[in-house]
Write a protein that binds this ligand. Structure first.
Ligand code: PDD
Length: 286
């Protein structure tokens, strides 16, 4: 069974799963999720992702129907069952199923939905040549630390990037502060210092972001975790984005302006290599 889906205790072939239209995720976007990547059959950072799932659940008053240990076993079992080595695992928990009503029943059992898919092809060029990004207005809510399935603002941001011929959209708040990208965190290097937005309610505290900051400590790369502006971003020596699927992705233009030399910079390349090395060593010890 290569690609597969799990819903509330049952396994289906991908595409065969059915859920009620009264699912609150379907109706309200009332749910949370995680995306985890596996390498050579092993899930990288699963425990960290599940801890964040718990934090998201707590933030929206959703009681997870399994312990994190049960979730871990479940996800690992499904991933093994798929027999795929390089996968993208999607874990979604919605508030549950009941006729539409903003006020939810307190005893509603949540719906747990998991898919195991083959990792989509990621063109190597994004790492060797870098990608383009445009800035878009960050009009999202004040709980971006919650990994909510309500992603309309992120979807529209990515659409805007495509309309402008760019690969990624970087969110900028009304006050000019850069927060994160449509589905990744953003870093810039300026004067040899790596900058990224603080992990507050304006961004998702990416698991990859946290690993990158730890690697910077180990590699003696100075970091400043502080809000920085769109102007600083455009003038940066290097810019890159991070997420669990695409790891470290160099950004070489922002709003049509060239960043640094127009090629992935030395600190970006160093962190890209260090992150892959970290993944390799964690995976080989599992
Ligand atoms: N998104 N910020 C946003 C808004 C994200 O959606 C993501 C991840 C990240 C990076 O988080 P992490 O390093 O834990 O993957 C930051 C996933 C990949 C997605 O929605 O598909």
């Amino acid at each position: 069974m290569p690609e597969l889906t799990y819903l509330n205790g049952k396994i289906f072939e991908a595409g065969e799963t059915r859920i009620s239209t009264n699912d609150r995720g379907f109706i309200f976007g009332d749910g949370i999720y995680e995306v985890v990547r596996s390498y050579n059959g092993k899930l990288f950072g699963l425990e960290e992702h599940l801890r964040r799932l718990q934090q998201s659940a707590d933030a929206i008053d959703l009681k997870l129907p399994h312990t994190l240990e049960e979730f871990q076993e479940l996800v690992e079992t499904l991933n093994r069952k798929s027999e795929l080595l390089e996968t993208l695992v999607y874990i979604q928990v919605t508030r549950g199923t009941e006729p539409r009503n903003h006020l939810f029943s307190l005893d509603l059992p949540p719906n747990v939905f998991i898919t195991i898919r083959a990792l989509p092809d990621i063109p190597g060029e994004i790492y060797t040549k870098g990608v383009s990004a445009v800035t878009v207005h960050d009009g999202r809510w004040n709980m971006c630390h919650v990994k909510s399935i309500s992603l309309l603002a992120n979807v529209l941001a990515k659409h805007e990037a495509r309309k402008q011929g760019a690969y990624e959209a970087i969110f900028v708040r009304e006050n000019g502060v850069v927060t994160e990208a449509s589905s990744s965190n953003v870093f810039m290097v300026s004067g040899g210092i790596l900058h990224t937005h603080p992990a507050d309610n304006r961004i998702l505290n990416g698991i990859t972001r946290q690993f990158i900051l730890k690697l910077c400590d180990e590699l003696n790369i100075p970091t400043e975790v502080r809000p920085y502006s769109k102007d600083e971003l455009r003038r940066a020596d290097e810019v890159f984005c991070t997420n669990s699927v695409h790891e470290v992705t160099p950004v070489v233009t922002v709003d049509g302006m060239t960043i640094g030399s127009g090629r992935p910079g030395p600190i970006t390349n160093q962190l890209m290599r260090a992150y892959r090395q970290l993944v390799k060593s964690v995976i080989s010890n599992q």
